[in-house]
Design a protein around this ligand. Sequence first.
Ligand code: ADP
Length: 371
Amino acid sequence: MNTTIGILGGGQLGRMLFQQATNYPVNLTFLDKDINGPCGSICRDVVEGDPMNYEDVLAFGRSCDLVSIEIEAVNTEALRQLQEEGIQVIPSPDAIETIRDKGLQKQYYSKYSISTMPYQLIDSEKPKDFPFEMPFVQKLRQGGYDGKGVQVFRTKDDLKAWFAEPSLLEEAAKIQTEIAVIVGRSPSGQSIALPECEMVFDPVYNLVSHLQMPSSLDRTIQEEAKQLAIQVVEALDSPGIFAVEMFLLEDGRLVVNETAPRTHNSGHATIESLSLSQFDLHLRVLLDLSLPDVRINAPAIMVNVIGSGKAGKAKIAGLDDLSALPDVYFHWYGKFQSKPGRKMGHVTILNPQNASEMVDTVLNTIQVTGE
Ligand code: ADP
């Protein structure tokens, strides 16, 4: 009999999970406010409701054998109730709560001696004395994403942009490069880390512009990154799929920046590049299947396709030219509305000869705007 898996959220991560799930004996159903979103446009089992609403999550979860997530803004109280009623919840509500509050997340790193940048938690008010010299970073404890909710103060003048909300202050990292490792941990307790990727950020939108897999780092750092990522996930003591983002500092130290309790943008290249994608891994974790050693089939770069120009009905240009390029894989997220900065799709290129040239070619070829 097929297992019915309920996913809270119906965005592009859910959509790519659904695409992979068609190969497994499962029924996937989603709870989302927008039944015509990325999942709704390819899956008929999208239930209209708010993943943050207690009643909606409870009613939805009761129709499932197990519940998982593709966003962390979910009602964890309802997830606890579902667990009490015998429905499996992956990842655990505790893990979701720890991670989605950046303050609790940092305290958890401290508790388990996981290296991270020095920080201090603060209330909404600007303190009289700052714990760090400028430049330093302010991060909202809750609700930030894609770099929104993070700001660097370099001068006194920058402080005008102070977020008057509970936040944390963090020493500015001297970053050599940013990497991310996807870890899967099965309910039976097996953990595997996928090969790390290296992220390059868009200076305007402060979100990942492109990434490469594997990273350009040497083997010992690659191994260290995987071990650190597994340490983070094992300390959380929850099954699930997690993305652990790290900084490699200029002095050669690796520190954990943040963790997501779900599949992640930094893992998209895994679809074509690896012998097991992050979505495949998520499904194996949910079904408690064995987790294999994972190989890199081909090195890859992944470029986000980000909406530009004006907001409106999404219009895509350049798909025909992109299709003429060898070893290029296009993923469309099925969002009807484009707006500047919105992730509308991504492109993976295998075996790139010259990575940065290829990124420019893709960015100059494919464009999504609103009409
Ligand atoms: P989000 O949850 O919005 O992705 P992050 O905490 O990952 O926020 O921060 C977004 C980006 O801001 C990071 O990828 C990094 O480039 C930069 N950043 C975050 N923390 C620091 C820091 N302590 N020092 C320097 N840059 C940082």
